[in-house]
Design a protein around this ligand. Structure first.
Ligand SMILES: NC(=O)C1=CN([C@@H]2O[C@H](COP(=O)(O)OP(=O)(O)OC[C@H]3O[C@@H](n4cnc5c(N)ncnc54)[C@H](OP(=O)(O)O)[C@@H]3O)[C@@H](O)[C@H]2O)[C@@H](O)CC1
Ligand SMILES: Nc1ncnc2c1ncn2[C@@H]1O[C@H](COP(=O)(O)OP(=O)(O)O)[C@@H](O)[C@H]1O
Ligand SMILES: [K+]
Length: 530
């Protein structure tokens, strides 16, 4: 797992160490230089003579970059530091110059910008030390101009298939929202971010996570006591928490998944969701839908049962028409094949409010058309063991149906904020799908970036719903009893789903059903370890 702490939490952890004279900047800059040397050696071979341009801002982030530049210069790399602000880390500058590095005072001669940009675009490495956790708002002044110009040149070189510099961000890509993952202005996209003490939320959260490249956390001895602001589950976490069946297990201890998905118009969703639930290891999958669609499901997956009965998690909504807005407008278009009624019954049972339900409440995945059924429940709020799985468009509709005047681009610009708002408004655990998927539950947030871009294909969300339904059924009681567990399980489901997509066809296009097909082998690989 990667855990990320806010800028304020990191500063608070630094304070006592700095007061005690711990050489934090030396530790940080030496580790930074070591990673740069390793990357240069891997990409270029000899490190001597490699050209490095260091972009230096006014604060300690620039100090880290200057000191790392000094280490690199001593190793024979040709280092030029560009100072964008009149204020700079003076000891760092002295160290760099003593080591034979060159300094360009861009703040004193802004006309040198073109030459600086030329140098940066042709360098082997660009180190971005403009701002770190002290950043406020979008980059401004010369920092903004340099980043805009260098980004444009790097993009042009990459587009023309000319070698582009390897960009290493110091602590964070300068100008991202360190705590919220926003991208409020220009940011130089990094190939690697070397971050100090702990990861920062903006390195995990979309959209800023897309600018960070590979994230390397350097231990500088900080002790972070408070719980992390954002977490990301990793492969090792799966093996630790997966309920592997033993000799005493039977299909009901493994978990029964009830699926209300698909209609005669969209039968594929029923096949994809049930297949994914079967493939993830459900004890049993119970399909609830019209007889016609049930026949299609059975033709694809003879393991599925269509009779009603005991259920340990519900999946409601894939391929069922109607979202939050449609439901509010009373637009049940008559094409739902009775799925709205079955879905409402499933959700009522899951919430524990359906009279005569044996066994009490159970977890539920509420996807697509199921999201519109929430308003039909007797209460405005649902429990945290309900996991809503909207994409940005569906989350926008859900928020609007609950009185938030928000548009999709705003949700995409601040996914954590809006997923958290939906959690506050509904009480549910909210899983906001995207290239990086954000999950918010009571007191916890996860950001998972596990799948390839190829996963953005119709039906992939139905597969995720089936994977998650199966995982929730396996830990049904625990999930109802521990409010934050649904989010952890949901984040793990996203990881399994994303990695299964890589496995389905490494480096190329994937079809949703193939992702479901790759799940068993992916789980086996995760459980047996590297
Ligand atoms: N404490 C330590 O010993 C350790 C600290 N560490 C390192 O220090 C970093 C934090 O350093 P920090 O606190 O000095 O802030 P930092 O991120 O360099 O930037 C602040 C300066 O930038 C400016 N500025 C702000 N916003 C701006 C904008 N939008 N656009 C343009 N300029 C902007 C602003 O200047 P101003 O404009 O106010 O003059 C301000 O002075 C941290 O990320 C890590 O790398 C590690 O070495 C571990 C040990
Ligand atoms: N750019 C991307 N990179 C990786 N995964 C993505 C990307 N865009 C979407 N996804 C994933 O693909 C799936 C799409 O689901 P969804 O939007 O519900 O599609 P559908 O309703 O057609 O099944 C989600 O799991 C989502 O996280
Ligand atoms: K930086």
């Amino acid at each position: 797992m990667i855990s990320a702490w806010s800028a304020a939490a990191v500063r608070a952890a630094e304070e006592p160490l700095l007061a005690a004279g711990a050489p934090l900047m030396e530790r940080a800059s030496f580790a930074l230089a070591t990673h740069v040397l390793r990357d240069v050696a891997a990409r270029r071979g000899p490190v001597r003579g490699a050209r490095v341009v260091v972009l230096v801002g006014a604060g300690n982030n620039g100090g880290d970059a200057l000191h790392a530049g000094a280490v690199l210069a001593r190793r024979g790399l040709a280092v030029a530091a560009v100072l964008v602000a009149e204020r700079f880390h003076a000891p760092g500058r002295r160290a760099l110059e003593r080591a034979g590095g060159r300094v360009v005072e861009l703040f004193a001669a802004p006309a040198a910008l073109d030459a600086v940009v030329d140098d940066a675009a042709r360098a082997d490495v660009v180190l971005d030390g403009l701002v770190g956790i002290g950043a406020r708002g979008p980059l401004r002044g010369l920092a903004e101009e340099v980043v805009r110009a260098v980004s444009a040149r790097v993009a042009r070189r990459a587009g023309a298939d000319v070698a582009a510099p390897w960009v290493v961000a110091v602590d964070v890509p300068s100008g991202i929202g360190v705590d919220d993952g926003t991208v409020p202005g220009p940011v130089l996209a990094a190939d690697r971010t070397v971050t100090f003490g702990a990861a920062k939320p903006g390195l995990l959260l979309p959209p800023a996570a897309g600018m960070a490249g590979e994230v390397t956390v350097v231990d500088i001895g900080l002790e972070l006591a408070a719980p992390p602001a954002v977490r990301r589950r990793g492969p090792a976490d799966v093996a630790r928490s997966w309920p592997v069946p033993g000799l005493a297990d039977h299909k009901y201890t493994r978990g029964v998944v009830g699926v209300v998905a698909g209609t005669v118009t969209y039968p594929g969703a029923a096949v994809l969701t049930t297949t994914a639930a079967v493939r993830t290891g459900a004890g049993m999958v119970r399909y609830r839908g019209s007889e016609a669609v049930g026949r299609v499901v059975l033709a694809a997956r003879p393991e599925v049962v269509t009779a009603p009965g005991r259920v340990q998690s519900w999946v409601v909504g894939p391929g069922v028409p109607g979202g939050p807005e449609a439901s509010r407008a009373g637009e049940d278009d008559g094409l739902d094949d009775g799925q709205h009624e079955r879905g409402r019954a499933g959700l009522a049972a899951a919430s524990g409010r359906l009279a005569g339900t044996a066994g009490g409440p159970v977890p539920a995945v509420v996807d697509a058309g199921g999201l519109g059924l929430l308003d039909g429940l007797p209460d405005d709020r649902v429990p945290p063991w309900f996991v809503l799985t909207p994409h940005a468009g569906e989350l926008t509709a859900l928020l609007r149906s609950r009185g938030e005047d928000v548009r999709r681009p705003e949700v995409e610009a601040e996914p954590l904020r809006w997923a958290r708002r939906a959690h506050e408004l509904t009480g549910a655990t909210v899983l906001l799908k995207g290239g990086v998927t954000v999950v918010v539950g009571p007191g916890v947030a996860y950001a998972q970036g596990d799948g390839p871009g190829w996963l953005a294909t119709a039906g992939a969300g139905d597969v995720l719903a089936g994977v998650l339904g199966s995982m929730l059924a396996a830990r049904s009681r625990d999930v109802v009893e521990e409010p934050a567990l649904a989010a952890e399980v949901a984040a793990t489901a996203v990881l399994v789903h994303g990695r299964a997509a890589h496995r389905a066809n490494p480096g190329g296009p994937v079809a949703a059903l193939d992702v479901a097909g790759a799940v068993p082998a992916e789980i086996a690989a995760l459980l047996t370890g590297p």
